[in-house]
Ligand binder design. Structure first.
Ligand code: ZN
Length: 84
């Protein structure tokens, strides 16, 4: 897992969104709750996996990664306890 600053992660996400502007890229979906993450939000993290795939995940959701909750349940939980 590479460590990057939030500013670096933000510019990476911006680049990816620009590169995929006209297709149905869903790589900015939080893998836990399914909501899309945008560069102007603050409460998310960037994770680069060993095989090179990149994940954008809410800080709140990262704590629940691997839990048995469905994406819909996670969205509800995040709305109740988290931000954004
Ligand atoms: Zn999330």
């Amino acid at each position: 897992m590479a460590t990057v600053t939030h500013a670096q992660a933000r510019s990476r996400l911006k680049k990816l969104l620009e590169a995929h502007a006209y297709d149905s890229w869903t790589g900015n979906e939080c893998p836990v709750c399914g909501d899309k993450i945008t560069p102007d939000q603050d409460d998310w993290e960037y994770v680069k996996m060993k095989r090179g795939s990149e994940i954008f995940i809410h800080t709140f959701c990262a704590k629940h990664w691997g839990s048995d909750l469905s994406k819909a349940e996670m969205r509800k939980l995040r709305a109740k306890e988290g931000r954004q």
